[in-house]
Design a protein around this ligand. Structure first.
Ligand SMILES: [Zn+2]
Length: 383
């Protein structure tokens, strides 16, 4: 009986000690690690996440590596959630070690210029919302763009979207009033709902050939937009997608009739017309009463398919077929660059330069020696 009581007491003491230890240990971990003006954490793989920026210095060079000492070096791979939110960071350079930019990373900061990592794969929601960015270059490493990334970037004028992006999330560019002209890459398949809502400066948009889906209200109230052209992979346009684009007068569909959501083109310009390819299918059965339609001579070509691959000394051939009438169009593909040649030619350059310099110096020395000898001879003669 007494033994049992003792055991119970021991068990309690042990559990309490364990609990106290855990609490203390966690409390110690909550102290942020710092590296210059940055706070960071390190994960079990030894990768660092920047979690905060505490300086008022507007120019920020994010380090590629947190160096504690010779044995403790951690590559910076993540810009953590809210790390630079509402900070003074204005001109930021991000190292190529960064793979993820988490939600709200720069939201509401003084950010006006940023060079992204060439290896960033993920950009979280509101990562750059409410900043003073004027331009952004989304690198080819990015595949998915989350929702609301550039929400209310009201000074954003220039956007380049990399050639791997497959989807642009809901509200991604909502209220980017200064955006006037954007080209979407052929890799892009999905445009989210409200993605360009109220971008009223948007005058031209070029859709890539891979685009399949345009979300609901995607371009609603883009009052400057005048014409749009769609390509053969387009499957659906969401409801109210181009609602209140009051200057939109022309939509050309080089594709079979896609699904067109309710009121997709409500409140566009009064002379608005839909042009569709005469080779396309599905337009006759579509109820497009209320729209003015016009057929145009156009094939609905599928994607280019390589038929003969190019080599280093022969051209390749690729072809695409019209899904309406079966017409085939062909074009050549450039020869592959022969690595050997280009390497050789560039490898020669330093040798040629060095050789020329040596020859010139040698010539000078020879001329100098000849002159000196002549002078000596004439000096001797005059003596
Ligand atoms: Zn055709």
């Amino acid at each position: 009986m007494r033994k049992n009581a003792m055991r119970l007491v021991f068990a309690f003491v042990f559990i309490f000690a364990l609990f106290a230890f855990t609490v203390l240990f966690n409390a110690e971990e909550e102290q942020p690690l710092t590296f210059g003006p940055f706070e960071y954490t390190v994960d079990e793989d030894g990768n660092a996440t920047i979690t905060a920026y505490t300086s008022q210095e507007p120019n920020v060079d994010i380090p590629a590596e947190i160096v504690v000492d010779e044995e403790h070096k951690y590559p910076v791979t993540v810009i953590g959630e809210k790390a630079f939110q509402n900070s003074y960071a204005q001109v930021v350079t991000m190292p190529d070690s960064v793979k993820r930019i988490e939600a709200y990373a720069f939201s509401g900061s003084a950010l006006n210029q940023i060079t992204l990592s060439k290896n960033v794969e993920f950009i979280g929601n509101q990562a750059f919302s409410y900043t003073a960015l004027t331009s952004i270059d989304i690198p080819d490493s990015v595949v998915t763009m989350d929702t609301t990334i550039f929400w209310h970037c009201e000074t954003l004028e220039d956007v380049t979207i990399g050639n791997s992006v497959e989807s642009i999330g809901d509200y991604c560019f909502e209220a980017c009033y200064m955006l006037s002209d954007i080209a979407l890459p052929d890799s892009l398949k999905t445009l989210g709902n409200y993605a360009f809502l109220a971008c009223d400066g948007l005058k031209t948009i070029t859709f890539g050939t891979g685009l399949q889906t345009i979300g609901n209200n995607c371009f609603e109230a883009c009052a400057s937009l005048e014409e749009v052209m769609f390509y053969p992979n387009l499957k659906s346009i969401g409801s109210e997608a181009f609602k209140s684009c009051e200057n939109l007068y022309k939509a050309t569909f080089d594709c079979n009739a896609p699904q067109i959501g309710e009121n997709a083109f409500d409140g566009v310009n009064e002379i608005f017309k839909i042009y569709y390819a005469d080779c396309a299918s599905g337009w006759d059965s579509k109820d497009l009463s209320g729209y003015s339609l016009e057929e145009v001579q156009m094939h609905v070509f599928g994607d280019w398919q390589v038929q003969t691959a190019p080599t280093t000394d022969t051209l390749g051939i690729e072809a695409r077929t019209c899904s309406g009438c079966g017409e085939v169009e062909q074009r050549t593909i450039d020869m592959l660059p022969s690595d050997g040649e280009t390497q050789n030619s560039s490898a020669w350059v330093p040798y040629v330069v060095a050789g020329t310099i040596i020859v010139v110096i040698a010539a000078f020395i020879v001329i100098y020696l000849i002159c000196a000898r002549k002078k000596k001879l004439s000096d001797n003669a005059s003596k």
